[in-house]
Design a protein around this ligand. Structure first.
Ligand code: TXA
Ligand code: MG
Length: 339
């Protein structure tokens, strides 16, 4: 259900005051909820790393309400980046650009680049405009865990550690932003997300992928990330019913994230049919994984998603959340023995 997503003036004032006082504010964006601090206050930004349990070498995204003050954060903007900004901002696109001289190392992890995004969520826009500066924010979850797509997920993840939480309802994209970096006027995809590779290619021509030569650090590209606590295995699409049966031998409960209903009743399965549309599958993904994580099952089985570009961001997050991938056709070279 789509909720009304504007905050009251009192809520915004409280959040802005907290940011000015060097405190953290959790806020909604159209991708996932962010855990924000005043990007010009290094002590406040350091609290983000503390609360998340995130290693300090992992750089943060700075959020702005528009590209108006981009030059305060970025030394130079390639022409192609300006075109991407015009096409996709505000929206789920993050651009890694050469950082300006006064940007604090705590944000960039000491790198010479800074990641910038202009989010579209109306409450994020309200907050950024009222604050009038940049807000450094990662996803509002503990390091390595599932990103929050609802205010209650943030409460579950961070509890009292966050003084102010703006509730903007359910995030409509549901997966973290697309991240690109630049080599001259060439564009490289670092993390697939809500803006698809096809949309970027349509605008800029060629789009490179894979890590760059002087690889910027993208922690989401580590071995497990975006992960539930229950072991999770991706299984080939056609095998999901058979694998659910195999995993529930001996009356063990199994959780299943599929794209259709089960072919037959599985007595011990908690089965979610997330459907065949990448938009709604992506929007619901983290909430579905949270639900399955809490279902008291020994395993989560995920039906492999289609090998199409529209599913790239989803496949990327599933592979990172999975502790194992079963079957030979997944391209990862890992084979898992199911329970
Ligand atoms: O949708 C999103 O991007 C959300 C919302 C809150 O905006 N944020 C988010 O932040 O996903 P986080 O910290 O969970 O992921 C940010 C990613 C990390 O993988 C980080 O390494 C990368 O951005 N990043 C940040 N600065 C970078 C830089 N200078 N070079 C390369 N990657 C960078
Ligand atoms: Mg994150």
């Amino acid at each position: 259900m789509v909720r009304v997503v504007r905050a009251t003036q009192v809520e915004i004032d409280t959040a802005v005051q907290a940011l000015r006082n060097g405190e953290l504010v959790a806020f909604p964006t159209e991708t996932v909820y962010g855990l924000g601090a005043n990007a010009q206050n290094p002590a406040a930004v350091a609290k983000i790393f503390e609360v998340k349990g995130r290693p300090p070498s992992h750089p943060l995204i700075v959020h702005l309400d528009s590209p108006r003050f981009l030059h305060r954060w970025v030394r130079e903007v390639p022409q192609v980046a300006t075109r991407l900004a015009e096409a996709f901002w505000p929206g789920p696109l993050t651009m890694v650009l050469p950082r300006a001289g006064n940007v604090h190392d705590v944000i960039t992890g000491g790198q010479d680049t800074i990641a910038i995004r202009v989010p579209a969520h109306p409450m994020a826009q309200q907050l950024l405009t009222a604050f009038g500066g940049g807000i450094a924010a990662p996803s509002a979850n503990r390091f390595g865990r599932l990103s929050p797509t609802r205010a209650e997920h943030v409460r579950e993840e961070l509890g009292e550690a966050v003084r102010v939480l703006l509730d903007g309802g359910e995030c409509q994209v549901g997966l973290e932003s697309t991240i690109v970096c630049f080599e001259g006027e060439s564009v490289r995809l670092l993390r697939p997300g809500g803006v698809t590779a096809a949309q970027i290619r349509a605008l800029v021509g060629e789009l490179f992928s894979g890590p760059a030569g002087a690889a910027p650090r993208v922690p989401g590209s580590g071995p497990t990330h975006y992960a539930p606590t229950t072991p999770m295995t991706i299984v080939p699409a056609g095998e999901i019913d058979a694998q659910a049966d195999a995993a529930s031998v001996g009356a063990r409960r199994v959780a299943v994230l599929a794209q259709r209903l089960p072919l037959r009743a599985h007595k011990y399965a908690t089965w979610i049919n997330a459907g065949r549309r990448p938009e709604s599958y992506g929007r619901d993904l983290y909430n579905n994984l949270r639900t399955l994580d809490k279902a008291g099952c020994a395993h989560i089985l995920v039906q492999a998603v289609p090998d199409l570009e529209a599913w790239d961001a989803i496949r990327d997050r599933l592979v990172k959340a999975a502790t194992a991938v079963a079957g030979a056709d997944d391209g990862t070279g890992t084979r898992a023995v199911l329970p």
